[in-house]
Design a protein around this ligand. Sequence first.
Ligand code: HEM
Length: 232
Amino acid sequence: MKSLILAVLRFYASSIGKKIVVALSALGLLGFLVGHLAGNLLIFKGPDAINAYAAQLHDLGGLLWVARIGLLVLVGVHIAATLQLAAANRAARPQEYVVSATLRATRSSRLMVLSGLTILVFVIYHLLHFTVGNLHGFYDADGAYRLEDGRQNVYKMMVDGFRVWFNSGFYLLALGLLASHLSHGVSSLFQTLGLTTPRTRPLFRLAGWGFAVVICGGFASIPVAVLAGLLK
Ligand code: HEM
């Protein structure tokens, strides 16, 4: 057991070990995003569909908490390993840039740290807004977001939330940064997995952008539909 822990720590201490940890935690987070988007898009099927889905999630009880803690661990590990990698890259950076590709790589990894931290701020705001604020009664003292049977009226909560233009604006800004983060992240993932060659690189870059546009466009469709009056 002790030697296994030591082997894991030794693996993590290497740069490739950290990259693989970043890639695996990213895969877990991407899985969450796909599931979260699929659930949220039920809003277009109407109040009953999204409210029933939210009730099913909450009925998971203990399991929901296991999933939440798992998600938190993934986020923590992803951030810690990324920041350590960024610090190691900075320490190894030459004083003068000789090759413009080095400069580009440094800029894009700096953008990854910046967009990643903005997404973290967004997620904290998002949790305070929806999960803590509306669902757990902080803003909901008069039961505005409860149905007659006591279940949560997630549909109304989303529509009311996104009617506030600066709230929707912040979501759209964060989703734009998430798209940039995902597009770069997904194409780097292929690189870490050793699948990138000069021939496949443009293909994986396109796959990164395609994934980012589908995911972020899907999320963005909800505030946009509310602001356009399509969801009321
Ligand atoms: C228009 C976009 C989005 C909408 C309408 C939305 C909606 C929601 C709602 C209603 C909840 C509460 C779920 C519940 O407890 O029943 C929630 C939770 C959450 N959302 Fe989102 N979300 C959006 C985008 C995102 C994005 C882009 C991320 C991540 C980058 C994200 C991360 C989370 C997390 C981590 C939770 C907490 C999960 C939990 O407590 O179990 N959401 N979201």
